[in-house]
Every structure is written in C-alpha cells, then in structure tokens.
Write a protein that binds this ligand. Structure first.
Ligand code: GLN
Length: 470
C-alpha cells in the first residue's frame, strides 16, 4: 500500500504505463498471509517489483510503449516474470520505455517521456532553479536515461524494490546510472529472453535494477539458469549468488581501458573514474591500463547489426496477428502498410528502413557480414584482456550526468542516443556481464555511475567487486 501510494504521488514522473493495483494488492495480501503462517513462497515473497513494458505479462497489457501493441494482452508470462512471481514477488505494474527499447532517454514513448526524480531533489533545485517549485516550471527537468527509464525511476523513487529492464546496448545501465541506482546486464545466455519482445536477439538480455548490489544478486539468483523455451540459455548448473560482507580486493587485477577516454567524457566523470582506480589501488588491487582497440568501431557496427535484426524482428507486426490494425480494406498490402505507418514511430521506421538497406543482396556482404566480423574483433578484445590476467574492467557508464529534457530533444535524437551508448555497448557485442553502481553526484546535484565489466558467467566476482565499491 505504501508503494502504491508512492506511485500515485509520483505519477508526474511517468514511470509506469500501467499500474497493476488490483493484482498487487491481491498478491500482497496472500504474501502477508503466508508470512504470518511462517511459510514464505520464496526469497522474494511480498517484495514489490516492477517490470519494463517489453516483457510479456499474462492478462496484463504489454505495449512496448508503441501504438503498434497498444491494447495487446499476452496470454503468457515471460520466463523472468514467472520466476519472480513463483518466488512470491508482488507485481506493481509495467514501466515506461523508448518505443520497442530503441533509445537512450526514455523520451520516445507514446505515453510521454519519463522524468528523472532527481530533477525535483533539493540538491538539483537549489543549484539550478533557485527556489522554483515543480508547479512553477514543469519543463525544467532532466531525462531518466533509457530505454529502461521507467524501471530506473520506479526503483529510484521508492515505488518498488527491484525492477526488470532490458539491455541491448546499455538500456539498463544508462538509466540506472542517471537515476542513482544499481543496474546489472548479466552474461548473454545466463537469463532467459523468452517473453522479452526482441530488439536485437543476439544482444538482448534482461537487466536487473535495484537499490543495492545485494538485492541485484538475490534477484539474479532467482532469474538465472537454463530455460527450455530459450535455446540460447546455458545448460550448466549455476550457483546462487551470495556476496560476503567483507570483500577482499587485494588479489584483484582491474583493467582501465585506454580507449574509454572518449570525446565528450565530462571532467567530473573522468575524475570520479580515476579516483576510484586510486581507491582500488589503495585497497591493494592491481590496477593496469589495458587496450580494447576495436571499441571505436562499436557504435557504427552496432548500428548495422541492430537495424538488420530490427528489420527482421519488426516484420511480425503486420496488423494480422496482434496489436494495432489500420482501418484500410483496399488490399492486404495496403492494410499492412497503413498499419505499420500508424503503429511505429519515426525511430522504429528509420531502423527498419536502414536494416533492410543493409540486408539488400548487393549490400549484405559489404555491411552486414563485415559488421559481424568487426563484432567478433570487438568481442575478442575482451577475451584477450581477460586472458592476460585482468579480472574486471573499470569504466564510466555514461559521458556525464543526465541531460535536461529540452537539450536532449533539441539535438538530433538518434545521434545523441547512439553516443550515449559508447561505454555500455561493447559489453553487449561481447556478451559479457556489466554493472553500474552509483558513484557520486555531479556539480549540478545529479547522480553519476561507474561501470564494472566482468568475464562471461563470472557474475559472482563482478557483483563482489561492485559491492565492495558501493
Ligand atoms: N540505445 C540503444 C538503442 O537505441 C540501446 C537500446 C537498448 O539497450 N535497448 O538501440
């Protein structure tokens, strides 16, 4: 009830697309009963969670923040949603995002942009708006980051303890960093994608956003593991993740990738990054400079691979099977075309067009195959660095703090969005796990995060380092 009333109080942040009030109250009442009987369902019994609106939820509308899926009610739960419910979690609702997860601001949703709660914090208001209050000027707010901005805001504003996001190029880590919460992108294949409406199948992973690293570890333990409904999940058994309170970093080797001194990196983030490296060194860790030479090709390479997969994935939205259907009856083709014109925003349509261009017979080898080869080189950079004895990498998560909404939408949104992924994207190309942890506040009073990148399936080590730092 406390979380539900907080959701109502923070409605103006636009974090939720759909609040599952009745479901949540029923689940919470049942959990309370079990609690009194001393028979909890599982580790998450009674814990309020929120789920990004690109995960299928049985009998609850799932829109991907798109006109195309407005009103679509899936008949089944995504595996990760089912796993949360099986442990007794209370589903508060579905969270807002950039349409189909395409973006880095959570500003491109048919339900309107998500607002970062830090815009209304005392620190930000005092430093930036004098004594103005929310009601005085509602255009003066900063973006939540994206595309899982709704999930990050849901956790950051206290309306739930954990939220699911998705991460294809940084969509969990970017908003977590901008909203001052922890955000994990697990190793590709550790957590099932069944029921996550795909953006880029070869890079998508469900992400976990929470207030602290221990909570992320608990939820990862619940979600991880083989799923017969997702053939890319690992078969091997895994151990649940329990993090010691006393973490020793003395035998740890931390790599600082020199290519991550990227153009546009704010001086504040840079100094936070180097101070953290010093902190690790002071605690006895070995800190070394490393090179990931193909990093600079990652954004361009991602663009080719992402749009090609998007072109293929979005073909299912034709107005026949589910979601929106245009009221055009001249011919089937005319109906398809009108449905897709009405259903998708400019960003989605632009990516479908680019993807189809890269996949044309005469372009396939020149762009798509070449991008796949570059992707392999990017992934191999990580393998080499980890083979040389480095345990984890320390990098910024974003270039700087969250941009004011007005600035973010004035620039060319697509270019801006792509630049935002510069530190996060490579981990998706390589499939390795990465976590962002709140690291401090900028001079404008907004959160800044730092990222640790780990070796595939070595989440235990990655989470331990993150907990040490937190
Ligand atoms: N910003 C990237 C994009 O727009 C990544 C999105 C994501 O991780 N879902 O595609």
């Amino acid at each position: 009830q406390k979380c539900l009333s907080l959701i109502k109080e923070t409605r103006f942040l636009n974090a939720y697309i759909n609040v599952a009030e009745d479901v949540a109250l029923r689940q919470a009442t049942e959990a309370e009963k079990r609690f009194r009987q001393g028979k909890p369902l599982g580790e998450l019994d009674g814990i309020p969670v929120a789920v990004k609106d690109n995960f299928s939820t049985a009998n609850i509308e799932t829109t991907c923040a798109s006109q195309m899926l407005k009103g679509y009610i899936p008949p089944y739960n995504a595996t990760v949603v089912q796993k949360l419910l099986d442990q007794g979690a209370v589903l508060m609702g579905k969270t807002n995002l950039d349409e189909f997860g395409m973006g880095s601001g959570s500003t491109d949703s048919i339900f309107g942009p998500v607002k970062n709660p830090w815009s209304y914090s005392k620190q930000y208001r005092e430093k930036n708006s004098g004594s103005r209050t929310i009601a005085d000027d509602d255009s003066d707010w900063v973006i939540a980051g994206g595309s899982s901005g709704g999930s990050a805001v849901a956790v950051s504003s206290g309306t739930c303890f954990v939220a699911l996001g998705s991460d294809t190029g940084g969509s969990t880590r970017n908003p977590a960093s901008h909203c001052g919460v922890v955000g994990l992108k697990p190793t590709y294949g550790l957590v099932s994608r069944h029921g996550l409406i795909p953006l880029v199948n070869s890079m998508d992973v469900p992400g976990i956003l929470a207030r602290c690293v221990d909570d992320v570890a608990t939820v990862l333990g619940v979600l991880a593991g083989h799923d017969p409904l997702d053939s890319t999940t690992i078969q091997d058994p895994f151990q649940t993740f329990t993090l010691p309170d006393d973490i020793d970093v003395t035998n740890l080797c931390v790599g600082i990738p020199k290519e991550y001194h990227a153009p546009g990196l704010s001086t504040e983030t840079l100094s936070l990054w180097s101070r953290t490296a010093d902190l690790l060194e002071d605690a006895g860790a070995k800190v070394v400079e490393v090179s990931l030479p193909h990093t600079r090709y990652s954004i361009v390479c991602y663009h080719v691979l992402c749009t090609a997969e998007v072109a293929s994935n979005m073909a299912r939205f034709d107005g026949l099977e589910y979601g929106h259907r245009a009221n055009v009856e001249d011919s089937t083709e005319a109906m398809y075309s009108a449905t897709r014109r009405e259903g998708f925003n400019d960003v989605v349509r632009g990516r479908i067009l680019s993807g189809n261009f890269f996949l044309l017979k005469q372009n396939y080898e020149k762009y798509f195959l070449k991008a796949q080869k570059v992707r392999r080189l990017i992934a191999d950079d990580f393998v080499k660095v980890f083979k040389s004895g480095v345990d984890v990498l320390l990098t910024p998560t974003t270039l700087g703090d969250a941009a004011p909404y007005e600035d973010f939408i004035q620039e060319d949104n697509r270019t801006r969005s792509a630049q935002e992924d510069v530190f996060t994207q490579c981990a998706n190309m390589a499939g390795v796990p990465a976590i962002t942890v709140p690291a401090g506040l900028s001079s404008r009073g907004l959160p800044l995060g730092l990222q640790f990148i780990g070796q595939a399936f070595r989440e235990q080590q990655l989470l331990s380092v993150a907990k040490w730092f937190e």
